[in-house]
Write a protein of this length. Structure first.
Length: 119
């Protein structure tokens, strides 16, 4: 079984309801990092778009994917939304530790697998 077959098999083993619950939990954890509700909702929509199967992930495509009629909110998010970047990194770390961590665990992020999947 090659890499693509394993990835496909893993993709079919994902419970959509559980995935959505974990996604919602992660968004709840970072919601307080945004000063306003609008950018918080746009961040959520942006992440859902980035995690989707759409081919082109630019502001127009992401906006259309989530039902926006224009890309403005997606364009403003990285440019002008106020949020605490360092706190976001800390929250991601806490999430990983809560879900994957053990007392002696080590997380190693390796981008070579993702790069190989695009071929």
């Amino acid at each position: 079984m090659d890499f693509e077959d394993r990835a496909l098999a893993a993709g079919h083993g994902v419970d959509p309801d559980r995935w959505r619950a974990l996604f919602d939990e992660s968004m709840t954890r970072i919601a307080g990092l945004f000063e306003r509700v609008g950018p918080r909702a746009t961040a959520r929509a942006n992440l859902l778009g980035l995690l989707s199967a759409i081919e082109h992930k630019n502001c127009w495509q992401l906006a259309e994917h989530v039902g926006h009629h224009r890309p403005g909110p997606m364009q403003r998010l990285p440019r002008s939304a106020r949020w605490v970047v360092a706190s976001a990194g800390n929250e991601v770390r806490r999430y990983v530790v809560d879900h994957l961590g053990t007392g002696d665990g080590v997380l190693i992020v390796d981008g070579t697998v993702a790069a190989g999947a695009r071929r």
